[in-house]
Write a protein that binds this ligand. Sequence first.
Ligand code: GLU
Length: 561
Amino acid sequence: MDNKYKKLADAVFPDIHKSIDYYEKLYAPRASKGKVVTRFAPSPTGYMHIGGLYVSLINQSFAQKQGGTFYLRIEDTDQSRILENGVTEIINTLNNFDIQFDEGPISETEDIGIYGPYRQSDRKEIYQTYAKHLIKQGKAYPCFCSKEDLEKIREEQISSNSSIIGYSGKYAKCRDMSPDEAIKRIANGEKFVVRMKSPVTGMNRVVVKDIVRGEISTEDNYIDTVIIKGDGLPTYHFAHIIDDHLMHTTHVIRADEWIASLPMHVQMFKMLGFEVPQYAHVCAILKMDGDSKRKLSKRKDPEARVGFYFEQGYPVVAVKEYLLNLINSRFETWREQNPTTSYKDFEIKLNEMSKSGALFDLAKLSNVSKKIIKSMTDEEVMSQVFNWSKTNSPQFYEYIQSNPEKFLQSITIWHKNRMDIAKWNEIETQFSYLYDCDFKNKLNADNELCDMPYYEEILTEYLKSYDSKDDSTMWFEKVKAIANKYNYAVKTKEYKQNPEKYNGSIVDVSTMLRLALTGKKDSPDIYQISQYLGEDESLGRVEKMISLVKKKDRDKIECVI
Ligand code: GLU
C-alpha cells in the first residue's frame, strides 16, 4: 500500500479505525452457503407502489420456494426524501400482504437477523470503512469540485463535442490531484465528496448479464461516480454494493430503472474484489391508456398505490395471485392444473419474465378475485369481511358485529354458486337491500316493468298469500298461481311459442317481486332474500312498492287530464 494514499485516507476519514477485515469476519458467509439469498430494498420515501409489492413478492417467492433467505433492507441514505414513519409503512404493507421476510427491520427501531443493521443510515461507519479502504488503494479520491465546477466541465464537453460527458478521465479534475494537495485542502476545511476512480476512461463496450434480459452489450462506465456524499453518507450505488456483499445476496432482483447503472455496479463489485451477484431487472408494470401503454403512475392511477387494494377490500391472495400471473404467465395454467394448491407452491422462473413490461388490468384482477372469493367458505368470507370492515367501513363493521350469525346467513345468499363480488367494498353497494335498514324508503317505481299489466294486483295478491312458514316449493307454487290468474305464462316455453296470448311470463312476475324486494332486475334467489329479511321487512317493501305504483298511476291520470 502506498503510504501517501494511506495518509490521504486518514485525512478523509479520521474517525474510521476499523479495517474491512473486521467487517468481512463479522459478516462471515451464511451457514446456508449455496442457498439463494434475495432482498427487498425500498426507500422509505412515501407510500408503496404496486411495483414495490410486485418486486417484493418475486424476491420472497423466489428465495423461500428454494429454501433460501429473503430479507428486508431499508435504503434511507437520501435523508432529504425520508418520510416520518416510512419504515412502519413499509413493514405494515408487507405484513398486510403476507410478504414475510426472514431478516430485517420489524419496527422503526428493531431488527431481526444477524447481518444487520438493516437500515443503511445505521451503517455509515461500514460504508466509510470500505471507502477508506479504496482510497488507501488509490481506487477512490476526494473531489472538491463545486456544482459550478461540474457545470463548467459539462459545458466544455458539449462545446468540444466530446464523446465523454460527465466526471471522467482528463475531465475529472480531482482524480489526479496529489494526495498532499488533497490533504491540505481537507485541512483547510474545504467541502468534498468521495469518488471512485473508474478503471475505464474512454468509450469501451462491455457485456453485462441479466437473468431476465440475457446478455446485454452496453457502454461500460467511465464516470468517477460519487460513493460518499458531502454529508458522509454513501450514495445508493455504493451502499447497495457493500450491503449485498456483506449480507451475501446471491440474486439482486429489482426494478429495471437500475439497468442503466448495471455496468457501474458490476465495476464497483470488481474494484472491491467482491463476487458479483446475479442480477434480474424486472420490467415496470404498465397499463393501457387509450391505444398506448404507459407506466402505472403514482399521480394519475389510484391503483398504483398498494393501500388502494387493501382499502377496497381485494383479498390479499387475489392480489398476489394476479401479480403471479403477471410475473410468469405460466401461473394461469398451473392454477388450472392445481386448483387447490397454495399459490406459495408455484415456482417463479426469472428467465420467463416479460422483457417488455407486464400489463396491469383491473378487470382481470377482478376475475381472479371473484374466483378466489367463490372458492372460500362462507366462514372465511365472514372473517375477511369482518377484518376488512374494521378499518375500512366502520358502519358495516358495526352491522356485522351487532349480529354475526345473521350476517353469516346473508353471505350464503350472494356467495353460494355465484361470482358477483370481487372486493369487499362491493358487498354493501351491490347488496344494499340486505344490509340497509332504511332500504324501503329508497325504493322507486321507475323501472319499465312497473308499468306491466296488473303489477299492483300481482303484488297485492302476493301480500295476501304470503306465509313465512312456506318452504321454497310452496312459495313458488303460490307465485305461479298468481301469474296464472293474471295471464302470465307459468311455463316460459309456452310463452315463447305464443307471446301474444299472454301479458308476460313467470319470469316477469318474479322480476316484479324482485324489484319490490331488492330494487333490481337481477339478484340472487328472492325466496332466500325474503326469508333473510323476515316477514315484516319483506312485506313492508311489497306494500311500499304498491303505494309507489298507485301514485305513479295517479300522476299519469292527472297528467292526461
Ligand atoms: N432503494 C432502491 C429503490 O428503492 C432499491 C434498488 C435495489 O433493489 O437495488 O429503488
